[in-house]
Design a protein around this ligand. Sequence first.
Ligand code: FES
Length: 181
Amino acid sequence: MLVSRVSRLGACVFRDLMKGQSAFVQRPRYLHAFYRHFRTLRHRPFSSTAASEACKEGNNDKKLINVTFVDKDGEEKHIKVPVGMSMLEAAHENDIELEGACEGSLACSTCHVIVMDVDYYNKLEEPIDEENDMLDLAFGLTETSRLGCQVIAKPELDGIRLALPAATRNFAVDGYKPKPH
Ligand code: FES
């Protein structure tokens, strides 16, 4: 766990270095990233094991929501996602090609998804500044774009449809150098 936390902090430092900012001047952002990470964990009581336990007990209707991913070719994949799980985790558990290079630490834009219905988009929490910063770097940004690692399943999102963009931009791999703001 500690190694994971440290690697996430490293990802945040890397992100700001790529944006030409001092890692030390921006220290509160990392504290914020840590806080957010722990808060996310607190709101994610269900693993896939927990989900299957819920199914066995027959009470999954209350705890699973229906989500549809639509890939760049228009192929749809319908999955059930436990309340509290991020769309990035749900995609990975269901072999959906949503990259998530930084594992949800808000240091990339490879988990970019497009909410297909604005009514569902309006039900999401407002993106925090770090998410907006990363969305600015996303390929094919739209008015209803979000980062999949920041979209957490909740009952109001039952039936949400998420489109996967035709491409993602991973500046660590592609050599893309974002300009400082
Ligand atoms: Fe990197 Fe979501 S996985 S920001």
